[in-house]
Design a protein around this ligand. Structure first.
Ligand code: ATP
Ligand code: MG
Length: 252
């Protein structure tokens, strides 16, 4: 059985960064190759942090489905082929990018095919890491209904925590099959979670915080230099903090 990890949170809180950290953790510490990374953000950028280039996307395959498929094969088979073509092979991971939906119109049939193909593909991997776009509404439609661990990222502000709370409520309404939810406070400027002055506020709003990641200048440098997460020093704050959280929350 595969284990699915997914990220949620409002814009810019660190979903993509944490996805990359989870992937590095799985490769280094659990050594289960390859990990499947799914980038469901239309503004996909997980590939940059993973140090690979995107050639094709699922979105493209969906678009092509609206046109004629080559003669002699069925739509399903052709779509399956296109999905496989979109898999980007990295060192220890495969990355599949949803891409930007093009043009108006309903993608219902294509979406359902995409979902089927991805569900089939997922069976080939022990670990699947899903980076989502900001917000949660799309999660019911696409491929993230079944999640073992959902990490809700938040910035260290009361407003961030209110959004996290809203997301937890929304998930209940969407009836997703999520086994565990973990709220992670990212970019903490204090010494660590103990010093985070939002704890009391979080408790008031009924949120349990499962961990914190400190503000990490080395991570910012990696980002601005266009380097990958694999080039980040293993003693950097974000690696140390993320790994501590993952050791506690990923039980295999
Ligand atoms: N712990 C951290 N310390 C310093 N910078 C960080 C940290 N976490 C994330 N960042 C930076 O914050 C910015 C936003 O992070 P990221 O792209 O991961 O957020 P996101 O939630 O995926 O954003 P979006 O909603 O746009 O997809 C990036 O420039 C990233 O390098
Ligand atoms: Mg992102």
């Amino acid at each position: 059985m595969s284990m699915v990890f997914a990220m949620a949170g409002k814009g810019g809180v660190g979903k993509t960064t944490f996805s990359a950290l989870v992937i590095r953790y799985l490769l280094e510490e659990i050594k289960a190759f390859p990990v499947l990374a799914l980038d469901l953000d239309p503004n996909s950028n997980l590939n940059e942090l993973l140090g690979v280039k995107v050639a094709h996307t699922i979105g493209e395959a969906r678009e092509l489905l609206k046109k004629e498929v080559p003669s002699g094969i069925t739509k399903d088979v052709w779509f399956e082929y296109k999905i496989h073509e979109a898999i980007i092979e990295g060192k220890g991971f495969d990355l599949l990018v949803m891409g930007r939906p093009e043009g108006p119109g309903c993608y219902c049939a294509a979406n359902s095919l995409a979902r089927q193909s991805i569900e089939t593909l997922k069976k080939n991997y022990r670990f699947i890491v899903i980076d989502n776009e900001a917000g949660m509404e799309h999660m019911s439609r696409l491929v993230t209904q079944n999640v073992d661990s959902l990490y809700i990222l938040s910035d260290p502000t009361p407003r961030g925590l209110v959004t996290a709370r809203r997301m937890i409520d929304l998930m209940d309404e969407l009836n997703l099959n999520i086994k565990e939810t973990h709220v992670i406070i990212n970019r903490i400027k204090d010494k660590g979670i103990e010093d985070f002055n939002g704890i009391a506020f979080a408790e008031k709003t009924g949120i349990r915080i499962d961990g914190a990641i400190r503000e990490d200048d080395e991570l910012i440098k990696i980002d601005s230099d266009g380097k990958s997460i694999f080039e980040l020093d293993e003693n950097s704050k974000s690696i140390v903090d993320a790994y501590e959280i993952l050791k506690r929350t990923i039980r295999v």
